[in-house]
Write a protein that binds this ligand. Structure first.
Ligand code: SF4
Length: 210
């Protein structure tokens, strides 16, 4: 542990509702870490990409904020980004374990880096231009693929098969790209014909909240 960082670049922390995925609609405390070099053209958090412009915050301070949010009703903590696994998340998870041991930890990742830390729930949102590692495919609890067009549907199926080949059977979700009418149309059509999959909508954006 001596070489592990105890501070992480933080874009923001906030207590809201999880907007998407299987846990959508539930009270959650978000820790959005800075830094991402995955480079999705449609990314809605491009301000998170450069880690250096965001303040480094001690993991114990983050854990204390999560514990306070738990007292106010947060049912779990979401570590998101950016790409959180660009960082070693073990120190943050240890700090959360100490300050809020009963607060489940969720991770949202594109899966391009090795897994670090310990999580009750892992959302893998794989990207076509930088596919995830087999490790994350085998460890994720939900596979959530953003859909803009037909190539994304084919990629979603490939990822589900790859997870299965890795011995995993995650929940399968298609999420239309924000304001992508073709993505929405194709995702709806696909899910209607494929009962193993379900639609995920970014409800926080529809509601205009964080
Ligand atoms: S991985 Fe996530 S944060 Fe990084 S560019 Fe893609 S959508 Fe944005």
């Amino acid at each position: 542990m001596s070489n592990c960082p105890i501070k992480l670049p933080v874009v923001e922390t906030f207590h809201s509702l999880q907007g998407e995925g299987i846990h959508g609609g539930r009270s959650a405390f978000f820790i959005r870490l800075g830094g991402c070099n995955v480079g999705c053209s449609w990314c809605d958090t491009k301000h998170s990409w450069p880690a250096a412009v965001h303040p480094d915050i001690d993991v114990n301070e983050l854990a204390a904020a999560a514990a306070m949010a738990q007292q106010r009703g947060a049912g779990f903590a979401v570590i998101t980004g950016g790409e959180p696994l660009h960082h070693n998340l073990q120190p943050l998870c240890q700090a959360l374990d100490g300050a809020a041991p009963a607060l489940p930890r969720h991770l949202e990742t594109s899966g391009v880096d090795p897994l670090s830390g310990c999580f009750a729930w892992i959302t893998l949102s794989p990207k076509r231009h930088q596919p995830p590692t087999t490790e994350l495919l085998s460890r994720c609890h939900e596979l959530k693929v953003v859909i803009h067009g037909a190539e994304d549907l084919a990629f979603a199926q490939t990822m589900a098969e790859a997870a299965q080949a890795a011995g995993n059977t995650p929940e399968l979700l298609l999420q239309p790209g924000w304001q992508s009418s073709s993505g929405a149309e194709q995702a709806l059509e696909f899910v209607r014909a494929q009962p193993a999959w379900r639609l995920s909508l970014q409800s926080h954006k529809w509601l205009g909240v964080r």
